[in-house]
Write a protein that binds this ligand. Structure first.
Ligand code: COA
Length: 260
């Protein structure tokens, strides 16, 4: 795929996808979303990539939202279609077989916040501002924000953020559990990389099924979720990775996982 709005960088075992429209604070238009979907597929298919990092180009923004110039032209049916289209790409992140980390290097507003919410964990720069300002534009979040935010921070906090439309800073986002870690701006990339490398040393099949199981935990009841967990647990018992992990422990050495 030919990318105009996205940068792809693989430094094994970490693959980084950078939304690259800094002059528009990396706002998401249809072209960016299509390219993002292609980039995610490419990173998923690359066996040297164990963990994916998603970030924004420039000093100011992760993603400052869906592109308001595009949004301004929407009609009821096209609005619904655009919302569903974006939602599918965020589901693609959740369903991806590798962990996806959001490195929130600045504004994460509207669609940018929603994009981060679909990632598995969120690391933020101290100068990040995160929020869902859609109601200030006369709309509501359309990339799953009304549904995912409450699942992460609880219904009360989600209501506060969605109804007020006011952004919060990184410290508050950390306090309410919206982001997992906060780092000084100059150290964000390094902090994310170190964490990603730590994950990359784990068994990739275990990471894949652990992610899928935790994803499902918010969608199914406890008994069905536990049944799924047992099935995944059993499935992993058939892998060379499991044998390697346990043998390495017993031999007091570091495991070398092949994803088999
Ligand atoms: N869609 C389209 N363009 C956007 C954008 C968005 N969501 N967010 C920023 N931009 C553009 C601006 O229009 C401006 O373009 P221009 O230089 O051609 O005029 C450029 O990015 C820089 O933004 P600017 O507003 O000048 O930067 P700022 O530092 O003064 O303010 C923000 C930063 C994030 C507070 C402000 O850009 C903003 O409020 N953006 C919209 C956020 C939003 O409502 N997102 C949700 C959309 S549903």
């Amino acid at each position: 795929m030919d990318y105009k709005n996205i940068l792809l960088h693989v430094e094994a075992p970490v693959g980084t996808i950078t939304i690259n429209r800094p002059d528009k604070l990396n706002a998401l238009n249809a072209a960016v979303m299509t390219e993002l979907s292609g980039a995610l597929r490419e990173m998923e298919a690359d066996d040297t990539v164990r963990v994916i990092v998603l970030t924004g180009a420039g000093e100011k923004a992760f993603v400052a939202g869906a592109d308001i110039a595009e949004l301004a032209k929407m009609k009821p049916f096209s609005g619904r279609k655009d919302s569903s289209f974006g939602q599918e790409i965020l589901f693609q992140i959740e369903q991806l077989a590798k962990p996806v980390v959001a490195a929130i290097n600045g504004y994460a507003l509207g669609g940018g916040c929603e994009l981060a919410l679909a990632c598995d964990v969120r690391f933020a720069s101290e100068k990040a501002k995160i929020g869902l300002p859609e109601v200030t534009l006369g709309i509501i979040p359309g990339y799953g924000g009304t549904q995912r935010l409450g699942r992460i921070v609880g219904k009360g906090r989600a209501m506060e953020l969605v109804l007020s439309g006011e952004p919060i800073d990184a410290a508050e986002a950390y306090r309410i559990g919206l982001v997992n870690k906060v780092a000084p701006p100059a150290e964000l990339a390094k902090t994310v990389r170190e964490w990603a490398e730590k994950l990359a040393a784990r068994g990739p099949l275990a990471l894949r099924l652990a992610k899928a199981a935790v994803q499902k935990s918010l969608e199914v009841d406890l008994r069905d979720g536990c049944e799924l967990e047992s099935a995944y647990f059993g499935m992993l018992a058939s892998t060379a990775d499991m044998r390697e992990g346990m043998t390495a422990f017993l031999e007091k050495r570091k495991p070398v996982y092949k994803g088999e």
